[in-house]
Design a protein around this ligand. Structure first.
Ligand SMILES: [Zn+2]
Length: 330
């Protein structure tokens, strides 16, 4: 039996109990459920599966206070902090360095990560028809707002276009991710990535909030007349690759997120503290920089720039520029 019971027209908060920690305090997932008076889609929106990725927590906070939610069809399950342990420790992980997004669908008697994944799946995800999971770049790395999803699935593709950010990545499903577990249940879901860990980025927060609201409008949950881009202005990357540091040292960065680069173009220089042993870091392909380090101290092999390639990166660049310049929302 589900612990979550909400009547039509009701709005309720729950604390889903997951496990008892070794100090005997209980670990709970906080959830708010809004059940409309009319039937409709059942959408979950989750954040902080990686506990230090906090833009999504702020997005959900603003969403829950948005006037468009006054009259909804269907049910919204808002889960601002899935990995409560990581969030309290400002960490991506769970106590034993486990990555929660590699432990789905989880199990009732598994590790703490497995139990957390199991509770989230059985109490929330299983009851939903759609989902959105909010992420940021890892620590010291920032991402251009982007959607990652299984774009070969027609319904997921529709959701991705409705979210309205210019760059979409048709990404393979890593083993044990929430997306893989949702796909096994045939629940279409998106992953939104934007900004960096442990930071609030206003543009990312506004574009994430706008994307959720335009998606909810598209699937008939709310009426929201926000900013919508035409489909021709949204682009699916052909592929994406990380360019790694060719040597250890500190980075002088020449190219940044949103820049268009040509294959073999110099993106920056990595050098020793005297600036004498200087090595260029070059683009591995032509495309748009969709992720980059924010911290310039590098070891050889560290991922430095994430480049996505497109059929026509010039068009993408124009849209990305407009998107980054645009003031979204009030
Ligand atoms: Zn993440």
């Amino acid at each position: 039996m589900s612990k979550i019971e909400v009547a039509k027209g009701e709005r309720k908060k729950f604390n889903l109990n997951v496990a008892r920690l070794y100090d005997f305090t209980e670990m709970n997932i906080p959830v708010e459920v809004i059940c409309g008076k009319k039937e409709g889609p059942r959408l979950f929106i989750s954040a902080a599966i990686h506990g230090d990725e906090i833009n999504g927590v702020e997005i959900i906070k603003r969403l829950l206070n948005h006037k468009a939610l006054k009259n909804i069809c269907g049910t919204l399950y808002a889960v601002p902090i899935v990995n409560v342990f990581g969030y309290n420790n400002k960490s991506r992980y769970l106590p034993d360095r486990r990555d929660l997004n590699r432990h789905f669908p989880g199990s009732q008697n598994g590790s703490l990560a497995g139990q957390l994944a199991y509770t989230f799946m059985s109490e929330i995800v299983k009851h939903c028809t759609h989902g959105i999971d909010l992420h940021t770049g890892a620590i010291h790395r920032s991402n251009l707002p982007q959607i990652r999803a299984d774009l070969d699935d027609a319904e997921t593709n529709k959701l991705a276009h409705a979210f309205n950010v210019p760059v979409m990545i048709n990404s393979k499903l890593p083993d044990g991710s929430l997306r893989e577990a949702a796909r096994a249940l045939k629940i279409p879901m998106l992953l939104f990535e934007g900004g960096e860990a442990l930071r609030h980025d206003e543009h990312v927060i506004r574009s994430g909030l706008n994307g959720i609201l335009t998606l909810m409008d598209e699937i008939g949950m709310i009426s929201f007349k926000g900013k919508k881009a035409e489909d021709e202005k949204l682009f699916i990357a052909l592929s994406s690759t990380w360019v790694r540091a060719p040597q250890s040292g500190s980075l002088r960065q020449l190219k940044h997120i949103g820049h268009r680069v040509q294959k073999d173009q110099i993106l920056g220089y990595i050098s020793d503290p005297f600036g004498s042993q200087k090595v260029a870091i070059k683009a591995s392909c032509t495309g748009i920089i969709i992720g980059a380090v924010t911290m310039p101290l590098l070891n050889k092999g560290d991922a430095v720039f994430h480049i996505a390639s497109f059929d026509n990166s010039k068009d993408v660049k124009e849209q990305v520029d407009d998107f980054l310049d645009e003031k979204i929302g009030p």
